[in-house]
Structure formats: C-alpha cells, structure tokens
Design a protein around this ligand. Structure first.
Ligand code: F6R
Length: 616
C-alpha cells in the first residue's frame, strides 16, 4: 500500500534521493505524497494531493534541498480523503518530530480521544496522526523523568499503546537529526552505506544505494545514522539482523523503452519463464529451492492453496496441476476467507501460499493460521527477503524480476510455472510420476518460451489490438473457460476490470447455463478460452449456446473447431493442456491492456488500486 522512504546522510543532501525513492514506490499508492526534512529550526514538511510530480514541483524553491535527514511518503488512503491535510508526513506540535506510516492503527479512535483530553489538537482525519502525538507525549514524559530519551526510546514507548499494523519512519530535529523506523506487519528494509543509511518499505527504493539489505522483523525498532543501523526489540534489547544480498538490479525497475510497465512486463514473459524454469529442471525432476526435500514432499497428503486476486488464480491452476500430475488432493481458498473461517486441515497438509509481493496481509495471516493448525508451510513468491519468504518452511522463488505495473502479469505466468514444477516434483516424490513422465511434462514447460515469443510477435499483438478495437464498446464481457483454463477466464476478467473499468465476469464455462446465460444478448462480448484437451468439446458446446443467443464470441486458444466457430479468433500455439494456461493468459493480458488504452485509462496506476495490499 503506501510507500515509505527515509534517509540520514553524513554530508550530502537527502531530499533528491528521497524523491527518487518515492518515484520508485509510487506504484504502492498514488493519491498524495509528502516529505519532511530536519532543519535547524525544526522539521519542514511539504505535502501535495496527487502524484509525486506535484510534490516535486512544490519543492522547486529549494528550501528543503540541503537537509541531510528526511522522510517521504506516497499514500494509498485508508482513513480520510486523499487531500493535502491527510497526506503524510504528520508532525507533532513542537514541530520537531515528523512521521510517515504504512498500515492501520486499529485503536486510533480511542487514542485520539485520549490525546484530545490531554490537550492535543488534531490536524488531519488520519489514524497515523495519533502515532506522532504519542511519540511526542512519551518523549516528554521520559524527559520529565530525567531520562534524556532518544527518539528510539520515545518511539518504543509510544508503540506500546498502538494496536494494528505499521511500518513507520520518524525523524526528530536536533544538533544531530535522528531517524528511527519500526515495524509490525508491513515490510521495512534498511540499506547502510559508508556515508548514510536508507530505510524503505520496498527493496526497489534501496537498490540505487546498495544491494546489501536488512529486513526488519515485527517488533523491531531501528535507529539509523550514517554508516550504522542499530536494531532493538520492544524492551530495548539490542538484536543483530543479517543483511541479505538482493539479486535485482535498479535498472530492472525501468521501462526499457515500453510505454507502460504493464506492457513491458507482458513482453518479459518469455524471458521470465526461461529464468524460472531453466535453472530448476534436471533429469526427470525439478529443483524448487530452499527447504523442499523428497522426505518432506513424500509426507504431503493434501495441499491447501492460499492467495489473493491474481495469485489465487495461479493457485487455482496449481490445484488442477497438483491433483492432475501428482495425484494429491488440493483445496484452494481466498486467503481473506480462509483466515476467518474455521478450517479443518488433515494431518500431512502442506499450506502453499502464492504471492508476488510476499507482503499481502491476508495471505500472510492465512499461512500463519495454517501453521498454527499444524501444517508444513510452503510459498511461491517473487520477492527475496519478503515476509512470506521469511515465514514459510519451503520457498520457491519465481524469477520474474520486479513487477511494477499494478496489474499483475508476468508474476502470474511465473507462479503457474512454479506450481507446475512443484506438481512434477511432488508427483516424483509421491511416486505418481515416473522419471520418463516427469521428463515429458518438464519438456512441455520448457517448450513454452518460443511459443510465448510467438504470442508477443508484432503480428500477434496487432491481432489482439484489432479484436480490442472491435469490442471496445461492448456492454459487458463474459470470460469462460473450463478445467485448467477456468482460472485463466477468471484472470482475463480481473485484468480487464482493473485496467479498463468495464464490467467483466469470469466463469467456468459449464456453469454459464446456471445463471450468467441470462446476460447474453447482442452487445455482450464473450471471450471463450479453449485449448486442445479433455474438455475442449464441452467448451465448444458452451460456446454454441452463447452464439445461439446472439452473444459475440471471441475464442482464445488452440482448439481449431472452436476458433472456426468464433466471430473473432485469437490463435494460441498448441501445447499440452496442462501448460496451456501460461499461453492462453497472454492474449487476455494484451486485450485488457489494449482496451485500457482505447479508453484512455491510467494503465500502470489504475484508480483505487495499489500494488502490494499490506492491510486487511
Ligand atoms: C491483480 C493483482 C492483485 C494481486 C493480489 C495479491 O492484477 O495484482 O489481485 O494479485 O493483490 O498480491 P500478491 O501476489 O502480491 O500477494
């Protein structure tokens, strides 16, 4: 959700680096932004509603440019509308402390009442503002007790009163400015350099400063100074946190000549698949990564897939793959639902969380619940060092590189490829697949790279553009698929909703006659995903039912008979049915992209959304 950046430097100005960090993090929230720096006379704060560029213009006077310590924030509003007053940083009444926050203070109303009774006047509608006033109050109290508290002491004392989730960066002016960060829930990481220290809610903002990154743990309070980061637990006890070397490069987060991150990320898929698959595939088996032993996998009796949004769609494909290839029963749940029901998990269940960011609050909570219920935990995740990667017993790191476009694309194909590898490996460990069979399945996966390239050729992209043009004024869209391609239909509809704001529904094709068929009439476009395989003729009958009622049918897939029946056909290279979701999703991603463009939507920052949902 919100992006947080902070820096304290020995003898260089911090503002430009903080703004650059915010630009990188803008995909985490983009309704308002602000910075605060430590000047000798107090903190100086500038905030603006809207994008980082509006903030950057407001800083052109240079008044904040020389400060060596500062914090910055890009917001995705939770409490209070996205205006200048509610934008972060928030400061205390002495004007010496400023704070930025990602998360939710669940007891903010109670705390606000208590602080008002103590004489505090609030200046915003946010939950965040209570934290800065609590820090000021606690510093004053500790000072009154003659303790000369550091900012870290004040932050630790204040956080005892806060219930909820937070990643905060706080600064205090003084002869030596102080910068403190603390987390409970949302991520925070630190990069220490020879002449400074940087904090951010996302490693991407740290990469220009260094590749050695320390991920803070829940309950940590970190005190940053040039060349140092001291971490303490809530009781003040010091703790060591080892740095991790990050594999991504700063330039991976760029646009590489494309118009949008989403477009670039769709086009990266052949390379992503190559990276995710090639290094793991060996003779008749697949290496998944840390913590996956044959012994552990042999003991898996059931799999519980957990995820949200696109990641859950990949999880639904995983369900078909694991049941189909490894013969192990699978349940899939929205993480947000799983965590609030009373799940009954049989002994031997592997809870498998799928997430691009590794920071989705619901997915993390669901995995934790599964662990409490006695499950072994696994993760398919794209972000090294993320909370999910640190929480799971076994991790398969997809190699999709940074995904900046808010609509997830390359992460989905990487997750499905990862799930496929996991299914083959599980099948081998359980004795459900022979070496020859496993080899054949892995060869099918490896073969996809060239086919993905075909799907992204100029000609193939132009075909999708043409179909998008002829359907741009449709009243609504229905996406149908069956079997392993049913989740692809869900994903196609989700992409279109997110990027172009038109109504789209994904449905299992066989369910259509149980309700959604009532929607079919001229003006309704129906995208049918159908590839060669076990359910192709069933989907063809469903397609005929749509045509008979005047719906406009667009077929995406490799089933030639369906393609011949379609009003418009998007050909996808033939493949094994099991791997076909990886191919079929690509034209659907492009279709959403093209419709979004035709409608003039903000492709990389769709309204109301933010990348990485770190709150409930
Ligand atoms: C859709 C999208 C979201 C995410 C979901 C889970 O394009 O990006 O639906 O898939 O918020 O996010 P991760 O994968 O980071 O857990």
């Amino acid at each position: 959700m919100c992006g947080v950046v902070g820096a304290v430097l020995r003898d260089q100005p911090a503002l430009e680096g903080i703004l650059d960090g915010l630009r990188v993090l803008e995909y985490r929230g983009y309704d308002s932004a602000g910075v605060a720096v430590a000047l000798s006379e107090g903190v100086a704060v500038r905030r603006r509603a809207g994008r980082i560029e509006a903030l950057s213009e407001a800083l052109q006077d240079g008044a904040l440019s020389d400060a060596r310590c500062g914090v910055g924030h890009t917001r995705w509003a939770t409490h209070g509308p996205p205006n200048e007053l509610n934008a972060h940083p928030h400061s205390d009444h002495s004007g010496r402390i400023a704070l930025v926050h990602n998360g939710i203070v669940e007891n903010h109303q109670e705390l606000r009442r208590e602080l008002i009774e103590g004489g505090v006047e609030f200046r915003s509608d946010t939950d965040t503002e209570v934290i800065v006033h609590l820090v000021a109050r606690e510093l004053e109290r500790l000072d009154g007790e003659g303790l000369s508290p550091s900012l870290a002491d004040g932050v630790r004392a204040a956080l005892q009163f806060v219930e909820g989730y937070y990643a905060i960066a706080v600064l205090r002016t003084g002869p030596e400015p102080e910068l403190v960060a603390a987390k409970q829930g949302p991520p925070l990481c630190v990069c220490v350099t020879d002449d400074g220290a940087w904090i951010a809610s996302d490693v991407l903002a740290l990469l220009p400063h260094g590749k050695q990154v320390v991920f803070l743990e829940d309950g940590d309070v970190a005190r940053l100074s040039p060349g140092h980061c001291e971490v303490a637990r809530p009781d003040g006890a010091a703790v060591e946190r080892a740095a991790v070397e990050i594999q991504w490069r700063a330039e991976d987060a760029g646009m590489a000549g494309f118009d949008h991150h989403m477009q670039k990320e769709i086009h990266e898929q052949p390379a992503v698949l190559g990276r995710t698959v090639s290094e793991r595939v060996g003779e008749g088996d697949a290496a998944l990564g840390s913590g996956w032993t044959d012994e552990d996998l042999g003991g898996v009796e059931r799999v519980q897939v957990l995820g949200c949004g696109t990641a859950l769609h990949a999880g639904l494909v995983a369900q078909f793959l694991i049941e189909g290839l490894a013969g192990v029963p699978v349940d899939s749940d929205y993480a947000s639902e799983f965590r609030y029901r009373a799940p009954r998990l049989v002994p031997g269940t592997l809870a498998l969380a799928i997430s691009q960011s590794g920071e989705t609050a619901d997915t993390l909570a669901a995995l934790k619940l599964a662990e409490e219920l006695g499950c072994r935990t696994g993760a398919i995740c794209n972000v090294q060092g993320s909370s999910l990667v640190r929480a799971a017993d076994s991790v398969l790191l997809t190699d999709a590189g940074p995904e900046i476009g808010v609509a997830s694309t390359k992460a989905f194909t990487a997750q499905v490829a990862g799930a496929y590898l996991a299914a083959v490996r599980l099948g081998r460990a359980k004795g459900a697949l022979s070496e020859v069979e496993a080899d054949a399945h892995l060869a099918a996966l490896r073969g996809l790279r060239g086919q993905l390239e075909q799907l992204l050729s100029d000609e193939a992209v132009a075909k999708v553009r043409e179909v998008a043009r002829s359907n741009q004024d449709a009243k609504g869209f229905l996406f149908l698929g069956r079997g392993v391609n049913y989740p692809v239909a869900l994903e196609g509809a989700l992409k279109l909703k997110e990027i172009s704001y038109v109504h789209a529904e994904g449905y299992p094709a066989g369910e259509m006659k149980h309700g959604p068929i009532a929607l079919i009439e001229p003006g309704m476009s129906v995208l049918v995903v159908n590839s060669q395989g076990g359910v192709a003729d069933k989907v063809r009958s469903n397609l005929e039912q749509v045509k008979a009622r005047g719906g406009r049918v667009i077929v995406v897939g490799s089933d030639e008979e369906s393609l011949a029946l379609a009003d418009e056909a998007i050909h996808v290279p033939a493949s094994s049915e099991w791997v076909s979701p990886i191919l079929n999703v690509v034209p659907l991603q492009l279709f959403a992209y093209e419709i979004g463009l035709l409608k003039g939507c903000d492709i990389d920052k769709p309204r109301n959304l933010a990348k990485s949902v770190t709150v409930e």
